[in-house]
Write a protein that binds this ligand. Structure first.
Ligand SMILES: [Ca+2]
Ligand SMILES: [Ca+2]
Ligand SMILES: [Ca+2]
Length: 233
C-alpha cells in the first residue's frame, strides 16, 4: 500500500516537472524547411546567403518585399487585423505589402524571440515614403522603417539594418496569430524588404525555490520507494 502511494507521488511530481519544459514550439521557426508551417501573402521567398546577407540562424531565412505586394486591406485581413489597423498603429499611409503568419499557442510568461533585417531602396532617412516593417502579435509593433540606422547592403536592395533581435513576453495563455509584414508607404514603388529568421518560443521558467521543492519531493518519494523495495526483498 505504502509502495503504491510512493510510486504515485513520484510520477505525479515528475509529470509536474516535465510540464515546465513542454512549451509548444514554433513550427519551422528558422525557415530551414521553406515555408512549412507558415502562410504567406504577396511577394515572399526563402533566401540563403547567396542573397547577399547571411541568415541569423542556419542556412535559410524568409524574405518579404513591399513591391508586388497585395493591398493593405488584403494584408490586414490575412493577418487577422481590422481595416486600417496598419496605418493607424504605425501612423503611416501604407499602400501595398507582403506578409507571413503562423498560429501559435503561448502560455502566460512565455517569451517569443526572433531576428529581423530590414532592407530598403528608399532614401534614408525618408519622411514621406517611409516604408515600414512590423510584427503583429497582440498589437502591431514597428520593427524598422526608413528612419532606422542602415549600412550598405550586398543584396539586390541598397541598404539594410543588419540582423537585430526582438523579444515579446506573453501575459495571457491563448492562441495567437504571429504575423510579419513589410509595406510601401506613400506610393506603391521603390522596394523595401524584411528578412526574418530564428523565431523561437521559450517557456517561462518556474522560480528556483519551486524547482528545488519539486526536486526535493521527487527525491524524497524515490528514496522512500527504494527503502520500501529493500524491505520487501
Ligand atoms: Ca534560418
Ligand atoms: Ca493606407
Ligand atoms: Ca517604397
Amino acid at each position: 500500500m505504502f509502495k503504491k502511494v510512493s510510486i504515485a507521488t513520484a510520477s505525479a511530481t515528475l509529470a509536474t516537472l516535465s510540464t515546465f519544459s513542454g512549451a509548444s514550439a514554433i513550427v519551422n521557426g528558422s525557415f530551414e524547411n521553406g515555408f512549412t508551417g507558415w502562410s504567406t501573402i504577396g511577394d515572399t521567398s526563402i533566401e540563403d546567403s547567396s542573397f547577399g546577407t547571411a541568415p541569423s540562424d542556419g542556412n535559410f531565412n524568409a524574405l518579404m518585399n513591399s513591391d508586388f505586394g497585395v493591398s493593405e486591406s488584403e494584408l490586414e485581413a490575412f493577418l487577422g487585423l481590422g481595416l486600417g489597423d496598419i496605418d493607424s498603429s504605425l501612423n503611416i499611409d501604407a499602400t501595398i505589402g507582403s506578409g507571413i503568419k503562423q498560429t501559435i499557442f503561448a502560455e502566460a510568461g512565455d517569451t517569443l524571440t526572433f531576428d529581423f533585417n530590414f532592407l530598403t531602396n528608399e532614401f534614408t532617412p525618408e519622411e514621406f515614403f517611409n516604408d515600414s516593417a512590423f510584427v503583429s502579435i497582440t498589437s502591431l509593433e514597428l520593427l524598422a522603417d526608413t528612419n532606422s540606422n542602415f549600412v550598405t547592403s550586398m543584396t539586390p536592395v541598397s541598404e539594410e539594418t543588419g540582423y537585430q533581435s526582438f523579444s515579446f513576453t506573453f501575459s495571457e495563455t491563448a492562441n495567437y496569430t504571429l504575423g510579419f509584414g513589410v509595406v510601401n508607404v506613400g506610393d506603391t514603388i521603390v522596394n523595401s524588404g524584411l528578412l526574418i529568421d530564428n523565431v523561437e518560443l521559450t517557456a517561462s521558467t518556474p522560480e528556483p525555490t519551486t524547482i528545488l521543492s519539486l526536486f526535493t519531493t521527487a527525491c524524497g518519494a524515490f528514496s522512500l520507494l527504494k527503502r520500501n523495495q529493500k524491505k520487501e526483498v
